[in-house]
Design a protein around this ligand. Structure first.
Ligand SMILES: [Zn+2]
Length: 97
């Protein structure tokens, strides 16, 4: 696949919902990373999994492992650090009762 075709695919994941206000500037629509940046803004954790404080003053960075989206998260209120993982399906084993 040509590099330009890969860039076009990355910029067009389909229709996007309305985006919330962004304190940071998103790349212009159509840029190669614009769609990923917009999805990050929509899907990143908003509250700390440990203390439930807003993560507005914390840190969230995202990477991918296969189909999983992993958000490394740091909470400024309680200093919790950990990964929040988004996935499409979960396979859970339950022991016999
Ligand atoms: Zn916290």
């Amino acid at each position: 696949m040509r590099e330009i075709d890969q860039a076009r695919r990355a910029a067009h994941h389909g229709p996007m919902p309305d985006l919330p206000p962004d304190p940071y500037l998103l790349p212009p629509p159509g840029d190669w990373f614009a769609s990923d940046a917009a999805h990050h803004l929509l899907d990143k954790p908003k509250f700390c999994p440990s203390c439930a404080s807003s993560l507005d003053r914390g840190l969230t960075t995202e990477w991918w492992s296969g189909h999983e989206r992993i958000f490394m998260t740091w909470c400024a209120a309680c200093r919790w650090t950990g990964n929040v993982v988004l996935f499409d399906k979960a396979i859970i084993e339950e022991p016999e009762h």
